[in-house]
Each structure stands twice: as structure tokens, then as C-alpha cells.
Design a protein around this ligand. Structure first.
Ligand code: UDX
Length: 443
């Protein structure tokens, strides 16, 4: 049955969730405090770059099932309210800032109907759901008992639409007192993917909250593991890519997320592992997660190693050297530059005196906003022209497909450092390039 749902917080998660819910047939009221963002989306323009989102908006907006507002009161009619606001890292602290989750919950509480279900999707420290429910209850209308569930999202930017409508599992963290009714309502929301056989796990609030951070901690650990192997390969003259292929062939290990390079960034993995450590400390379980400090440290070392490698290739100094950085986004198919390894390396080269030009096919706007002093362009030819070294730091298809024979005619010195192990070594070398990579032998 089609429901009326509200989606509160229209960022990387919420905008995709709102459009997907409307596409599943529900009537969606999307709420955000940012009037500019709301106006853009209502006009069919996604304020973020996510493949397929503009097309999805073009499909659902004419149905009238997706409307946008800046007023929480307009969400009052919804059967289900999704909280999708961000939980960034607190300024100067490892812990997550959950103030937006509480602000939205408390703002929504006075408008709640007794039969409505509030569903948290934001990534939060364990214990937030229980605290939120208690705080909402204090502000709910007389006679209304607040119903709250936690239903973490697992979407990866760049694949967000597929990951929203067909994640590899749904997790419902529910209140035992209203368990059956809450599960039934969530099943109605996700009736289409569930009917396709998508598994769902019903659990308590704490486990559901932990599932999300545990999954991200595991992924971050896997990436840092292979990057640690990369360091050992560099010391021993081994090849981390062959090593990843070989260990990844064991299905207990798996090849996914064994991509060695400049490491992980983005709005989730880095801040989630730090917030997880901070929360474990509050709970007296800090020892259990001290290994994540090492995961974070390995990740950062890859960025500085990349700068060192560039300096080494340029004869010991970056001062006044022309460095081209390919990629600004933290990963391909996204314009998100939050904690982007690429921008970090670009900035570090610039601070060391290099003349840096950053190219990205989609993230030039966000990169300029984050680092106004960095020179950024969408023109690949202009970015490559005159380069004394090229650093590939985001594995966009455009770079992987680039003809090295064309690129070699543009640069001053044909040296490429492949920070994502994304290029075909043979064809780049055959075209005359000196090819360096993290964790691979120099030939
Ligand atoms: C992540 C989780 O994958 C997702 O389930 C969760 O909901 C949100 O956080 P996302 O941040 O979109 O998703 O990106 P992801 O694809 O996980 O990549 C994270 C970072 O790790 C990127 O910077 C990427 O370049 C890097 N990465 C990924 C590697 O360095 N090596 C790999 O093998 C894979």
C-alpha cells in the first residue's frame, strides 16, 4: 500500500532516499532548512552529483508525489518520518555531532500523530535512538506515545539509487513494545524490494545503530590492511596489486575493498571510525577499538607517502614544480570532496611550493568551495599541459580510459604516479611514461 512519508534532511542520503521513496509509489514530503537546496530539487536539479538522480527526479516530479518544504509542520500528515540529517565530526573532537538529529526529532515531536512512525537513518553513536525517543516523548502531544525505529542506510555514493532501493539487507532496530506494528509499517515502506527477496534483520536499537558503524569500521580496516601491505611491499619490492588479487581470490577474504592506494576519505568512513572509538571510550570499551586508531594512521600515512613520492620523482623538492592532480572527489562518480585524499595531497603539494592544477570531471565546484586557493579545472587537456608530474588520485573512468599516447604529448615530463592503482601499467609504459604507484615495484 502506498504511504505518505516525510524525509527530513535532504543531503547526500536524504535527497536520494526521498526520490526513491516517491519512485516506489509513496507520497513524499521532503523537508530541509536550506531553502536554496529545496528550490533546486523542486525545480528538478539535484544540488549534488549522483549518477541517475536528475533522471529520477525528472521521472517522479511530474507525478506530484514528491514535494519539498522548509517547514517541519508540513510533514505532520506523514505515516512515516525518515530522519536523514548529517552527523559530522565535531570541530576539534573525534566524536560525532548529533545535534541535528535531536533538533529535528524535537522539532517534529509536537506534530506527531499516535500512529506515525519515526525512522532514524542517520549514522549515530550507539544509544542515540533511545535518548532521542525519550526527548521526543517529552514534546509529543498529550496522549501520543512516540514510535521510533532505527533503519540505517548502507548507500555508497555513486551507487546511491541502487543501494537505496536494493540494499543487500534491511536492518530494523525496533522498540520491543511496538515491534510488530513497527515492522509491519516498515515492511509496507519497502514492500517492493522485500518482495524481490531482499533479506531484513529485525533487532534492537543498539544493534541497529552498531551495525552501521561496525560495517564502516570493517570496510575502513580492510582498506587500511591492504595499504599496510602496500607499505611492506614497498619495503620488500613486492607488488600489492598482485598480492590483493591473490589473497582476494580466497572467498573468505574477497577482493572487494582491497584497492590499495591513497586510502579512504569521504563523509562516512573517516568520521565514523573516529566517532565509534569516541563512543566506545564513553562506554568503557575503548580497548576493543584501539586498532581503529592504527587504521586511521595507516590511511593518513598513504597521503603523505604520495607527497613524498612526488617530491622524490621531482628530484627532492616540489618548489615551483608543475604538478597535475587528477581527481578532487573522494571517489569516482561523486562530487563529494569531504575528507578527500586527493584534495589533501593537492593541498600538501601546494603548501610545499608546487604549482598545482587539479582536474575533476564533476567536483570542481565543491573543490573550489573547500579550497579556494587551489587551481581547479574541468578541462583535462589544460590540466595536463606542461605538467612535470601527474598524480592520479581519484579513479574516474575518464582517467582509466585516457589514451596515454595522447596525454604524453601534453606534459612537460611524462611521469605519472598512480595513487589508485587504476591505470594499465603496460600501455602507459609503452607510451613513454615513467609509471610509479604506491606498493608496486619501480621498473
Ligand atoms: C561508505 C560505505 O561503503 C557505505 O556502505 C556507507 O553507507 C557510507 O560509507 P562511501 O563513503 O560512499 O560509502 O564510499 P566507499 O565506496 O565505501 O569508499 C570510501 C573510500 O574508500 C573512498 O575514498 C574510496 O576511494 C576508498 N576505497 C574504497 C579505497 O581506497 N579502496 C577500496 O578498495 C575501496
Amino acid at each position: 500500500m502506498a504511504l505518505t512519508v516525510s524525509v527530513i534532511g535532504i543531503g547526500y542520503l536524504g535527497s536520494v532516499h526521498a526520490a526513491c521513496m516517491a519512485d516506489l509509489g509513496h507520497t513524499v514530503i521532503a523537508v530541509d532548512v536550506d531553502a536554496e537546496k529545496i528550490a533546486a530539487l523542486a525545480g528538478g536539479h539535484s544540488p549534488i552529483y549522483e549518477p541517475g538522480l536528475d533522471e529520477l527526479l525528472a521521472r517522479v516530479l511530474p507525478t506530484g508525489r514528491l514535494t519539498f518544504t522548509t517547514e517541519l509542520a508540513d510533514a505532520a500528515a506523514a505515516d512515516v518520518h525518515f530522519i536523514c540529517v548529517g552527523t559530522p565530526q565535531r570541530e576539534g573532537e573525534p566524536a560525532a555531532d548529533v545535534s541535528a538529529v535531536f533538533a529535528v526529532g524535537e522539532g517534529l515531536a509536537p506534530y506527531l500523530r499516535g500512529d506515525a512512525l519515526v525512522v532514524g537513518k542517520s549514522t549515530v553513536p550507539v544509544g542515540t535512538a533511545a535518548a532521542l525517543r525519550a526527548r521526543m516523548q517529552q514534546r509529543a502531544p498529550e496522549g501520543v506515545s512516540v514510535r521510533l525505529a532505527w533503519n540505517p542506510e548502507f548507500l555508497q555514493e555513486g551507487h546511491a539509487i541502487t543501494d537505496t532501493v536494493s540494499p543487500n539487507r534491511f536492518v530494523y532496530g525496533v522498540d520491543p513494545r511496538t515491534r510488530d506494528a513497527d515492522v509491519a509499517l516498515l515492511d509496507e515502506v519497502y514492500a517492493v524490494p522485500l518482495s524481490a527477496g531482499m533479506p531484513r534483520i529485525v533487532t534492537d536499537y543498539a544493534t541497529a545503530e552498531l551495525v552501521k558503524v561496525a560495517a564502516n569500521a570493517f570496510l575502513a580496516t580492510k582498506i587500511s590492511f591492504i595499504n599496510a601491505m602496500s607499505e611492506v611491499c614497498e619495503a620488500a619490492g613486492g607488488d600489492v596489486v598482485a598480492l590483493a588479487d591473490a589473497i582476494g581470490a580466497d572467498e573468505r577474504i574477497g577482493r572487494a575493498f582491497l584497492g590499495a592506494g591513497v586510502g579512504f576519505g569521504g563523509g562516512c568512513l573517516p568520521k565514523d571510525i573516529r566517532a565509534f572509538m569516541a563512543r566506545a571510550g564513553e562506554l568503557g570499551a575503548d580497548q576493543a577499538l584501539t586498532f581503529l586508531r592504527e587504521v586511521d594512521a595507516i590511511n593518513f600515512r598513504r597521503r603523505s607517502r604520495m607527497v613524498d613520492l612526488a617530491r622524490e620523482e621531482l628530484g627532492g623538492s616540489l618548489r615551483d614544480r608543475r604538478v597535475t592532480v587528477l581527481g578532487a572527489a573522494f571517489k569516482p562518480d561523486s562530487d563529494d570532496v569531504r575528507d578527500s585524499p586527493a584534495l589533501d595531497v593537492a593541498q600538501a603539494c601546494r603548501s610545499a611550493g608546487a604549482k598545482v592544477v587539479v582536474h575533476d570531471p564533476k567536483a570542481v565546484g565543491t573543490a573550489r568551495a573547500a579550497h579556494p586557493l587551489l587551481e581547479c579545472t574541468e578541462d583535462l587537456e589544460a590540466a595536463l599541459r606542461g605538467a612535470e608530474i601527474v598524480l592520479l588520485l581519484t579513479a574516474w573512468r575518464q582517467y582509466r580510459d585516457m589514451d596515454p599516447g595522447w596525454a604524453v604529448t601534453l606534459v612537460e615530463t611524462p611521469t605519472v604516479v598512480d595513487g589508485r592503482n587504476a591505470l594499465d601499467v603496460g600501455s602507459w609504459r609503452a607510451a613513454g611514461w615513467r609509471y610509479r604507484a604506491l606498493g608496486r615495484p619501480t621498473i
